[in-house]
Write a protein that binds this ligand. Structure first.
Ligand code: MN
Ligand code: MN
Length: 365
């Protein structure tokens, strides 16, 4: 079994859990190396303390799973077969009575839960999520290498976006050019819907790009990321198109100061809360405390949002191998929105900044 499966099995031994049945695409990928998007069809990975794990997936994806490097049993089922019958057989070939089973409680739906309750009759169900989040939180060198590449592509996307900015182009014009350029570099999926927001649209942290035309004197906010070999990047840059006013400049400078200070604070042993508060207090001191309505950052990896969460209350200590964003923002409704977001990896004594596009205000002529 691979190292990740071994860690999960060890946790199961420690907690007297006889079987883990993992069903989210992200955790199946993390544990097996096989990424599948089976839509409504069942994808599952059964892990035991000592017995061989098995994968269950649509029959048409069996070869893909093998090609992805899965060397253990694969149960493929067709669209007219009931996968639970196969699962029952494979589990009972391996183990007898199940006292405790781990499932992803947040991901499991009621229909599958009913099926699994029948299968593991009388078992106690515990959550596998917390353990898997902790495993995924600390990245190994191979994962870091992929994340570096994902971030390099995110930098390229911002650069492409900046070059596209022109009087009269819409947010969607610029967005389409960015994603087209990425596709030509082999990126087939974004981490989330790309954001290009101009003028006061940038004042909504989760705004939707549309037909608004970019005009001189606007701030243009890009928030985007790519999925690269299963791993996500996530970058935000806000740039100026032509000369901006003093208020916009003041907001930008405040966000940048907060972002740099939080990055500077980040190293092993520092609580997540301290990183968040470093930026938050700076923004509050500048008089914009009420305009920074979200946490400072989030972990990223197989999912674009994962552990650790950088909030003002999270006492978790940073450790080497964690990868997360630092993304303070100030959003003044009707006026301007600025956010600056980097992806960072914690090293032995500080951080490596994975996204490298400049953060000093870029003025596009
Ligand atoms: Mn982002
Ligand atoms: Mn983010």
């Amino acid at each position: 079994m691979n190292n990740r499966l071994q860690k999960l099995s060890q946790w199961m031994k420690d907690h007297d859990i006889q079987v883990s049945f993992v069903t989210s695409t992200e955790n199946v990928f993390y544990l097996s190396g096989f990424f599948s998007d089976p839509h409504e069809r069942l994808l599952g990975l059964a892990v035991f303390q000592d017995e061989e794990p098995f994968l269950v997936c649509p029959a048409m994806e069996k070869e893909d799973a093998k090609n992805a490097g899965w060397v253990h049993e694969i149960i493929g089922y067709s669209d007219i077969q009931n996968p639970w019958e196969f699962i029952e057989k494979s589990i009972h070939n391996r183990i007898g009575k199940i006292g405790k089973a781990a499932i992803e409680k947040e991901h499991m739906n009621v229909e599958r839960y009913e099926a699994i309750m029948k299968l593991f009759n009388g078992a106690e169900f515990v959550s596998a999520e917390e353990k898997l989040r902790k495993l995924r939180m600390v990245k190994d060198e191979k994962e870091l290498e992929i994340l570096r590449e994902a971030c390099e592509l995110a930098d390229f996307a911002i650069q492409t976006g900046c070059a596209e900015i022109q009087e009269g182009k819409t947010e969607l014009d610029v967005l389409a050019a960015v994603e087209y350029a990425l596709k030509k570099k082999g990126v087939n999926e974004m981490s989330f819907s790309t954001m290009v927001l101009t003028g006061s649209n940038g004042a909504s942290p989760h705004g939707t790009p549309g037909m608004t035309k970019i005009q001189k004197g606007d701030l243009v906010l890009f928030d985007l990321g790519v999925v690269w070999n299963g791993y996500c990047s996530d970058i935000t840059r806000t740039v100026a198109y032509g000369d901006i006013n003093d208020k916009q400049k003041e907001i930008y400078d405040t966000v940048l100061k907060a972002q740099l200070a939080a990055v500077e604070k980040s190293k092993p042993g520092v609580p997540c809360s301290e990183i968040d508060l470093t930026a938050r207090n700076l923004i509050a001191d500048a008089g914009y405390g009420g305009y920074f309505p979200h946490r400072l950052g989030h972990g990223l990896g197989v999912s674009v949002h994962e552990y650790p969460s950088l909030t003002e209350t999270n006492s978790l200590l940073l450790e080497e191998g964690m990868v997360f964003t630092i993304e303070p923002g100030i959003y003044v409704p009707g006026a301007a929105g600025v956010r600056i977001e980097d992806d960072l990896a914690v090293t032995a004594d500080g951080v490596e900044i994975l996204t490298k596009f400049p953060k000093e205000l870029q003025i596009i002529k």
